[in-house]
Design a protein. Structure first.
Length: 167
């Protein structure tokens, strides 16, 4: 018999992970390179209009991915143990879960604050001076570094989850 709760949790988890990783890849491949090539006025307008929505999307999808993943882990190990992986698969899932939580903490604790500060800074300034331009560039680098690290951690997590699921 099909376990509907398991399927729903799995679809929510995988879908939110795809959204999170896809959003990170979009930032690294399109948004970040475009920001560095824009004029200050274009950058300011783009940052004000686009990044707050992007940050909400990444925040929501990352939190959903981790919360549903933890619920799914609890479900397969505690409630429906017939779905539980082998002991070696379980270790992979546990390590992947820890890496996912670390990625979430890093994204929400390092990258998002830099991004929000970038939005505030570009919103306040009509004609940036040299100091402001350097600060904006520094925030962009920090945000890009956070996205790179997040994608790297999520890539490792994906590999571990696939190994743990023993597909």
């Amino acid at each position: 018999m099909v376990d509907v709760l398991f399927i729903v949790l799995l679809v929510l988890h995988v879908g939110s992970i795809v959204a999170w990783m896809g959003g990170g890849a979009l930032f690294l491949s399109v948004i970040s390179p475009s920001l560095s090539k824009m004029s200050p006025s274009s950058r300011s307008e783009f940052v004000k209009l686009t990044l707050p929505r992007y940050f909400r999307f990444i925040t929501g999808s990352s939190i959903i991915a981790i919360v549903v993943g933890l619920i799914l882990y609890g479900y397969v190990t505690q409630v429906e143990s017939s779905l539980a992986p082998s002991s070696s698969g379980l270790v992979s899932l546990q390590i992947g879960s820890v890496l996912g939580v670390i990625a979430l903490i890093f994204v929400l604790g390092v990258a998002m604050p830099a991004g929000r500060k970038l939005v505030v800074l570009t919103s306040q300034v009509t004609s940036p001076n040299e100091n402001m331009v350097k600060q904006i560039e520094s925030l962009q680098r920090r945000l890009t570094m956070g996205a790179r690290l997040g994608i790297a951690l999520l890539g490792l997590t994906l590999i571990l989850m696939i190994l743990g699921a023993e597909i």
